[in-house]
Design a protein around this ligand. Structure first.
Ligand code: FAD
Length: 505
């Protein structure tokens, strides 16, 4: 859209929130324009977040990150060779095959040797996956007739965005409704300058050219642990420094303890209740001065690379909010009502730029609901049932309330737990580290929260999400037939355990 042509909806930002909102708006018959400054669609998630990190972590999950192309099998049954050949067509699938081969095939007399890391090849594969996916969204824009404007947009009025175009020049895009979907950016820490060389953000950690011998991760949240475990599996000595007494504070306490133990077993080190008070990059590597969070004796931590993973901050400065008077909170998040409208009529905001979990799927849900409201329909997002997944191996996934939250709210509750050691599928694939924990209301048996540490927990959790969404009881899930042998049976058993007794323990 050039100056003069008015869209029904103008979306500022082409991340998971923005591009999904744009496609949905077009599907609902609204003339739609999306403005993106990056030059590629998909936002943080596709370009420097969920997708590239998952490519890496999947390659290296369970600690085997070596290039598939140089696998040498002795005694490989023909069937498995065929699988490996097919697998090379798709990275995620091939890495899955590889893990299966590495972890399970030994029992079947299949040996693997001569494995080595081919970092450039792996990075190239990651870039290819990202490029393919971002181009795919451009294709969807074309298919749905969404106008795509490449440039940096600034709100000029409640119905106008002025855009500095990537290819030079500028334009004004007019819209009856504007959706701000500018997402978030890396949060730095006071006194620490991210140079993306020795001191990197998650973006820099996704494209290191060498495997660091020593990596220090500042911050034990989801992203720090995922990135830390990727490089740990590749051979880096990883130390995670965290100010708080626990890793991932939002996680259920019992699951968190097991999770930390599991990461320690994988040789990641943790310095909790510790703060970084000084950084020296003058030598070859980095020297970090750390001390106990409560104060005390200082010590020096040496690293080749330091990853700052202290959270993300909404990207809302410098985009013209003040020009039209859009209100934000102290953290810079745009304040919206239930319809995602800001205090300025016709101006909406979604995704990481507003309060709520900073997750791609939440941003997408926001985007859909927001345009449904704009189109005069009802939209709905239930933030209480947004799942969270840590893509380590095993994965840790959760939805709803933790036991600590339920206790804190004074709700009478029951807990059902089932260890993966008692699950036949997990045992069969020799991947039985973890558990499923269900928290249910003592009176009504309604499921309040589900927490899973298991292989593919990020897939299994959706049964629990659906259960919470529809207000199911643990008995409802326990009486639902689950295919055998599957890891999902552990969820059924944990549900049984909340109101009765599991069969297999
Ligand atoms: P963004 O994805 O940040 O997109 C906003 C877009 O707006 C950007 O492309 C930006 O360039 C553009 N923009 C900003 N300002 C302007 C402007 N003025 N003009 C034009 N364009 C503009 N979430 C998950 O759910 N699962 C995961 O596994 C996961 N892993 C992650 C791993 C990492 C390393 C990181 C950093 C994040 C991860 N996230 C994950 C979080 C996820 O990426 C974000 O929650 C999600 O991308 C938010 O979507 P969004 O559309 O709100 O914003």
């Amino acid at each position: 859209a050039t100056s003069g042509e008015e869209s029904d909806v103008v979306v500022l930002g082409g991340g998971p929130g923005g591009y999904v909102a744009a496609i949905k708006a077009a599907q609902l018959g609204l003339k739609t324009t999306c403005i993106e400054k990056r030059g590629t669609l998909g936002g943080t998630c596709l370009n420097v977040g969920c997708i590239p990190s998952k490519v890496l972590s999947t390659w290296f999950s369970r600690g085997y990150g070596e290039s598939l192309s140089i696998l040498v099998f002795c005694l490989v049954p023909a069937m498995y060779l065929e699988l490996i050949v097919q697998a090379s067509c798709a990275l995620l699938h091939s890495s899955h095959m590889y893990h299966e081969a590495k972890t399970s095939f030994a029992h079947h007399g299949v040996k693997i040797s001569n494995l080595e890391v081919d970092l450039p090849a792996m990075m190239a594969q990651k870039d290819k996956a990202v490029a393919g996916l971002t181009k795919g969204i451009e294709g969807l824009f074309k298919k749905n007739k969404v106008t795509y404007v490449k440039g940096f947009g600034k709100l000029a009025s409640p119905s106008e965005v002025s855009v500095d175009l990537i290819d030079g020049g500028s334009t004004v895009v007019k819209g009856k409704n504007i959706i701000i979907a500018t997402g978030s950016d890396v949060k730095s820490l006071p006194g620490i300058t991210i140079d993306e060389k020795k001191i990197v953000s998650s973006t820099g950690a996704l494209c290191l050219s060498e495997i660091p011998k020593k990596l220090v991760v500042i911050g034990a949240g989801y992203i720090g642990l995922e990135m830390g475990s990727v490089w740990n599996r590749l051979g880096s000595e990883v130390t995670v420094v965290e100010f708080a007494p626990d890793i991932v504070p939002s996680m259920d306490g019992e699951i968190r303890k097991q999770f930390q133990r599991m990461l320690e077993k994988q040789k990641m080190k943790f310095m909790l209740k510790t703060k970084v008070v000084g950084v020296d990059t003058s030598g070859d590597g980095v020297k970090l001065t750390v001390e106990p969070a409560a104060g005390g004796e200082q010590s020096i931590l040496e690293a080749d690379i330091v990853l700052v993973s202290a959270g993300r901050t909404p990207y809302t400065a410098g985009i013209g909010l003040e020009t039209i008077g859009v209100e934000t909170d102290k953290a810079g998040r745009i304040l919206v009502d239930k319809r995602f409208m800001t205090n300025v009529n016709g101006v909406f905001a979604i995704g990481d730029a507003i309060p709520g979990p900073m997750l791609a799927h939440k941003a997408e849900e926001d985007g859909v609901a927001c345009v449904e409201f704009i189109a005069g329909k009802e939209g709905h997002v239930d933030y209480d049932t947004v799942p969270g997944v840590v893509y380590t191996h095993p994965e840790v996934a959760s939805v709803g309330k933790t036991e600590e939250q339920v206790k804190g709210e004074g709700i009478a509750y029951r807990v059902g737990k089932f260890p993966l050691l008692a699950n036949s599928r997990a045992k069969a694939i020799d991947d039985a580290e973890g558990l499923v924990k269900v928290v249910a209301d003592k009176e009504t048996d309604k499921i309040l929260g589900v927490h899973i540490m298991a292989p593919n927990a990020g897939e299994i959790i959706h049964e629990a999400v659906l259960a919470l969404q529809y207000g199911a009881s643990s008995e409802d899930v326990a009486r639902t037939c689950h295919a055998h042998p599957t890891v999902s049976e552990a969820l059924k058993e944990a549900c049984l355990q909340t109101f009765s007794k599991a069969i297999h323990i």
